[in-house]
Design a protein around this ligand. Structure first.
Ligand SMILES: Cc1cc2nc3c(=O)[nH]c(=O)nc-3n(C[C@H](O)[C@H](O)[C@H](O)COP(=O)(O)O)c2cc1C
Length: 158
């Protein structure tokens, strides 16, 4: 029974690759934070102020529905949470995830991919949504990061 979970949201597959490598490197369970309504290319158009992603990210209270649930969150001590940076922070569906479970006493470690931006205030936002957890500031990785690099990083938290 794994004590570590790698949970991730990925709209176009980049974060998914990092999450898969991380889970393999540290022998963790892997869970996709899959939106009930998947994001289309049009939804992801950040140039369009009216696109779904723009509208969601403009509304701090937006909580897109997640399609599935983690079976037994209670078994995990450490939860790595991966996502693409959207507008310099965590996508709204990560906020849905943070509020969906009792994370009290757990270690939460964000990781992200992006076009260049860092994680910004992501960890602060996530910490506010799960006050009983210890949320670390986390790290950004490229799609080509090695399993070795991911393991060395993750070992600091497990
Ligand atoms: C709506 C939207 C907003 C984005 N905002 C940022 C941003 O603020 N900074 C940045 O560096 N990249 C930004 N990106 C690029 C993604 O973070 C990047 O392509 C990421 O690796 C995609 O991961 P995924 O394939 O797992 O969805 C944005 C992408 C989208 C779709």
């Amino acid at each position: 029974m794994a004590r570590i979970l790698v949970a991730y949201f990925s709209a176009s597959g980049v974060t998914a690759k990092v999450a898969e490598k991380l889970a393999k490197a540290i022998d963790a369970d892997l869970y996709e934070i899959a939106p009930a309504v998947p994001y289309t290319k049009t939804d992801l158009n950040w140039m369009d102020k009216k696109s779904r992603s723009s509208v969601e990210m403009n509304d701090r209270s937006c909580r897109p529905t997640i399609a599935t649930t983690v079976e037994n969150m209670a078994q995990y001590d450490t939860v790595f949470v991966g996502f693409p940076i959207w507008w310099y922070r965590e996508p709204s569906i990560i906020d849905t995830f943070m509020e969906a479970y009792d994370l009290t006493g757990k270690t939460v470690v964000p990781f992200a991919t992006s076009g260049g931006s860092g994680l910004g205030d992501s960890y602060k936002n996530m910490q506010a949504l799960a006050p009983g957890a210890k949320v670390y500031d986390g790290e950004k990785f490229s799609q080509t990061v090695s399993e070795k690099t991911l393991k060395e990083w993750a070992d600091k938290y497990i």
